[in-house]
Design a protein around this ligand. Structure first.
Ligand SMILES: Cc1cc2nc3c(=O)[nH]c(=O)nc-3n(C[C@H](O)[C@H](O)[C@H](O)COP(=O)(O)O)c2cc1C
Length: 272
């Protein structure tokens, strides 16, 4: 999976009634068994059968397979979930399979029962898995229009240099241009794009700009999940740009607006 996979991925809500071949499902299982994240939070995944498990979503047509994941409540759990689940979404994209992150528009009770969700655990989101139909449903087209799913906020209103007073123009982004472009292409809940980044020399600091109502008991803080997705995309872009770095958490205490929370920093490895 690479920057092309990121560019190829689009949410899919209308599926062909076509079975996924056994050998492809085996590749999916193998991937899910080794999927990890930089925060070391275990994320168990479940492959579910819509008919057998009685699962449905009002926005999905034609899918019979779903993948769900969960975490035990702990530090960094939402960000870790976003990172791991998005890696799987991108892997599925390389296999020609369609997906869509679903946190709100699902029969949540049925999904939580199917994965035996326990006290202290959260299942932020699930995705159908299958082959995209040639034509999107009317409902899906309306949803995409309503959320402006094909648009993203301008580069220089998402990314900054040194502090939040100085916008970063794409043409000035230097080595960070590809990784930040990949962040900008990330999916997010209702396309709110809550990710912000501030570059500072060999570091990039990531922040969450919170929208009211996106942190609930059933989904956890879903915009932290969006941040995990952003970190996954950033890392893929960085690797492809030949950068070698890692994520760490050390708040640089850059002044932020209200409702903005520091999440993590990407730092280039010092060459010896
Ligand atoms: C964490 C998360 C939760 C989402 N929840 C839903 C949902 O409940 N229902 C839905 O139809 N789409 C959901 N989406 C999909 C977004 O609407 C979609 O990613 C966004 O509009 C951008 O479109 P794109 O994925 O095609 O780039 C969710 C996306 C994310 C990342």
């Amino acid at each position: 999976m690479n920057t092309e996979t990121i560019r190829d991925r689009k949410s899919v809500r209308t599926y062909e009634e076509r079975q996924i071949p056994g050998h492809v499902m085996q590749q999916i299982r193998d991937f899910l068994n080794q999927d990890d994240n930089p925060f070391g939070v275990p994320i168990p995944f479940f492959i579910l059968d819509a008919k057998k498990d009685g699962l449905s979503s009002p926005v999905i047509l034609g899918a019979n397979t779903y993948v769900a994941g969960k975490y035990k409540k702990q530090k960094n759990a939402e960000v870790a979930f976003g990172y791991s689940f998005e890696k799987f979404v991108l892997y599925a994209t390389t296999l020609g399979l369609g997906t869509v992150w679903l946190a709100a528009t699902i029969d949540r009770k049925a999904f939580e029962k199917a994965i035996h969700l326990e006290e202290g655990e959260v299942m932020p989101a699930v995705t159908p898995l299958g082959y995209a139909a040639k034509k999107r449903s009317v409902r899906e087209n309306l949803m995409r229009k309503g959320m402006k799913s094909d648009m993203r906020l301008p580069f220089d209103s998402l990314f900054y240099s040194g502090d939040f007073q100085h916008s970063l123009k794409e043409s000035d982004a230097g080595i960070w241009k590809t990784p930040l472009t990949m962040v900008r292409l990330a999916p997010s809940a209702t396309n709110k794009q809550p990710w912000r980044a501030v570059t500072e020399g060999e570091k990039v600091h990531f922040y969450e700009v919170k929208t009211k109502g996106y942190d609930s008991k059933s989904t956890g803080d879903i915009q932290k999940v969006d941040l995990g997705i952003a970190l996954c995309h950033f890392e893929i872009g960085a690797k492809e740009a030949g950068l070698n770095g890692r994520f760490l958490q050390a708040d640089p205490e850059i002044p932020t607006a209200e409702d903005t929370e520091y999440i993590a920093t990407y730092e280039l490895e010092k060459s010896l």
